[in-house]
Write a protein that binds this ligand. Structure first.
Ligand code: WTA
Length: 685
């Protein structure tokens, strides 16, 4: 055999059982794309000395520059307090208000400027352009209602279960004005999922909307509030008040009845608060701004607690320099405010900079794949931000649509999942018309804002790679034994961040031990140390760093499936399946999907003596939708005679994942029941 043949043969043998992460490493390197001279000429950040200013040895003091973008009632005394690792405290002693920074401070110069463009999904409905002055008025009136009618005060938690409407940022900002901690739950989540978050955060007030439009239908949303309240009661937690915004002001659009003494129509009650003004609370930088629940390795979603000062400073700086937002820009992030991307890069970052931010209610491809480009043309959007899942769908349904519309993006973002180079290139050529720069931003709910990305006017772009750490962020890749992989080695390992940064979450709500265990324990160098250098943050993603310093993110190393950019815990799905009486065991694995990146496949075995049936499979699917929400619906429910198991009885999810993805499951001879593998393959065909 020639060397060449031998090499090929050994590669073939390897691919038989190597993991997806390792396969990704063999992807070819892509060519670079350069930002245009026009973009560079207007960019906020072109000075390459920024990297020196934010070098590791200048950390944490360098982050003063972030906080200096905000208005403070009282300047902070200490940039970073490390006395209780890894519970970092940023800008200690400082006082500020997030709502003041996003609204009031813009009034002097920009009161007549649009803060929020609300685009309803039905195309015949008029777009609302809410100026900073109007935002100020509406936020104040609603804050007065929250304070005087609900009795809410700084430090209380409130759960929001609201769709993509202008009332959502208004509600968040009203909470922030009072120092009330908001916890917005993605509107697509079920009433049950909402209840879990209400109970965990001990919210006495739930704020929702009667209905909203999605894919051409007016959905009843209020019914979910009833389920949320009923489910909370089962956990001995009472929801005292449900505040309901009307999707069509003046008209109640839900068939679900109001519950007397509990439910209140906000639009009616607001009349009492006309003209009311509420002084923004002078909040400590370290007080929490909001909770955002996300999936992790165990079943229960965790409430990531974000601070006011550190978080707001971080999203403002990154919006200005990575999103390149100028006050005159029209910026559209097509994420949902129910996720962290929407909090940071629809609401807090853009509004802190006084930009105009677009809030679009519906599905990107409704009524057709030209919709986003019509919106962009009408509003003259020049910065666009979305996910690979949306880009894949728009490319599939209307590959030539963007060219039909007269808009020009200077800047575009992708976030939430790895983007395939071919999809990236369509985004660049068709959506960006070959002119817009693209940033591929890698980060997580826990992080507050971007961690890795190119700086748009400084770095070249490389399709499929996020880029280096942004200024001030110093990533490192460790192997499983805790050894640092050499920089630029191209080897896969676990990506961590060496230093604390202001946007990082403060803790998991009511679960500080889990915070330490999940993010810091594995690579901590000395548990007694008060030096942040000993406490790298573990993100839970696999990654490689190429010789040019760019990181390519390979995906989760834990039990999290990233479906269409949404994080779902496999344990959450499995527990939901086990609620169906007949189910004995459940295992969820990610299956590759052309549009959504990954979708969950659910394998279940039934209790002894029971026959598999379509009816049972449907009930299992329905249980998942009612427990979590439609985004978690499995692609298929496969009822198997038995799970593939090790001799010690562990379910081999890796084998199931290989079957779902039509890959070779490798050597299964060591399983307790190897014969089951072929039977399962038959079922999946
Ligand atoms: C994944 C979303 C590749 C990653 C902001 C991370 C990405 C998880 C990227 C966090 C990217 C996010 N390229 N993968 N640019 N951005 N991810 O908490 O696995 O909803 O851990 O935050 O999404 O998802 P989350």
């Amino acid at each position: 055999m020639s060397d060449d043949q031998q090499l090929r043969r050994s590669k073939e043998q390897q691919t038989a059982d190597i993991s997806e992460a390792q396969i990704a490493v063999h992807w070819p390197e892509e060519d670079y794309f350069s930002p245009s001279a026009t973009f560079i000429a207007q960019a906020n950040l072109t000075d390459t000395s920024v990297f020196e200013r934010f070098s590791l040895d200048r950390s944490p003091d360098c982050f003063r520059e972030f906080a200096d973008l905000l208005d403070w009632y009282q300047r902070w005394e200490k940039t970073l307090d490390t006395s209780n690792p890894p519970f970092w405290r940023w800008f200690v002693g400082g006082k500020l208000n997030a709502c003041f920074n996003c609204v009031d401070r813009h009034l002097a110069k920009h009161k007549n400027k649009t803060a929020i463009h609300f685009v309803p999904e039905p195309e015949h409905e008029t777009v609302q352009h809410i100026t900073y002055q109007e935002l100020f008025v509406r936020v104040n009136e609603f804050a007065a209602l929250l304070r005087d009618f609900c009795g809410l005060k700084a430090g209380d938690r409130v759960t929001l279960h609201m769709p993509m409407v202008a009332e959502l940022p208004i509600t968040m900002l009203a909470c922030a004005r009072l120092g009330v901690i908001h916890s917005q739950v993605f509107s697509g989540f079920s009433g049950k999922a909402c209840a879990d978050r209400v109970v965990d955060s001990e919210s006495r007030v739930l704020i929702t909307m009667d209905a909203y439009y999605r894919a051409g239908k007016l959905l009843d949303h209020k019914e979910k509030a009833d389920i949320a309240a009923a489910e909370s009661a089962k956990d001995a937690h009472k929801v005292d008040k449900v505040l309901i915004w009307q999707r069509h002001p003046g008209k109640y659009s839900s068939p679900t009845k109001l519950v007397e003494g509990r439910d209140v129509i906000v639009n009616d009650l607001l009349r009492k608060y006309r003209g009311k003004r509420v002084e923004p609370a002078h909040m400590p930088a370290e007080a929490p701004l909001f909770l955002m629940y996300t999936s992790g390795t165990t079943g229960k979603p965790k409430g990531c607690q974000h601070s006011i000062g550190g978080y707001l400073a971080y999203v403002t700086w990154t919006s200005k320099y990575i999103q390149d937002i100028h006050p005159e820009d029209v910026y559209w992030c097509m994420a949902d405010i129910g996720w962290i991307t929407g909090h940071s890069y629809i609401v807090y970052g853009p509004l802190a900079l006084g930009a105009s931010s677009v809030v679009y209610e519906g599905v990107p491809t409704h009524p057709d794949a030209g919709r986003p480009w019509r919106i962009a043309e009408d509003l003259d959007v020049n910065i666009f931000h979305t996910s690979p899942t949306a880009i894949r769908a728009l490319r599939r349904d209307g590959p030539d649509e963007p060219a039909k519309y007269n808009y020009r993006f200077k800047h575009m973002t992708t976030v939430g999942e790895p983007i395939e180079p071919a999809v990236w290139k369509w985004y660049h050529k068709m959506v960006g018309k070959g002119e817009a720069v693209i940033v591929d931003t890698w980060w997580q709910t826990e992080n507050g804002g971007f961690l890795c990305s190119t700086v748009p006017a400084i770095h070249k772009m490389k399709p499929g790679s996020a880029g280096p750490g942004i200024p001030g962020i110093h990533p490192v890749i460790y192997d499983d034994e805790g050894k640092e992989l050499p920089a630029g080695s191209g080897k896969a390992g676990n990506i961590c961040i060496r230093n604390p940064w202001p946007g990082g979450f403060q803790t998991i709500w009511k679960d500080p031990d889990r915070f330490v265990a999940q993010y810091y324990a594995r690579y901590c160098k000395d548990r007694k140390s008060k030096d942040w250098r000993d406490w790298p943050y573990m993100a839970g993603d696999g990654a490689v760093q190429a010789a040019d310093g760019y990181y390519r993110i390979l995906g989760r190393i834990d039990d999290v499936i990233n479906v269409a950019g949404h994080r779902l815990g496999t344990k959450e799905l499995e527990s939901a399946a086990l609620l169906v009486d007949e189910v004995a065991e459940a295992a969820v694995v990610p299956a590759a999907d052309e549009i959504k990146g990954k979708v969950p496949d659910l394998y279940v075995s039934l209790k002894p003596g029971l026959q598999a049936s379509k009816e049972i499979a449907n009930r299992i699917s329905a249980a998942i939708v009612s427990e979590i929400g439609a985004i978690a619906r499995p692609r298929q429910v496969i009822i198997v005679p038995d799970m593939p198991k090790t001799r010690s009885g562990k379910i081999m999810r890796r084998v199931l994942a290989a079957i779902s993805n039509h890959q070779n499951p490798g050597d299964v001879s060591t399983l307790a029941n190897p014969e089951i593998v072929d039977k399962i393959k038959e079922l999946v065909k």
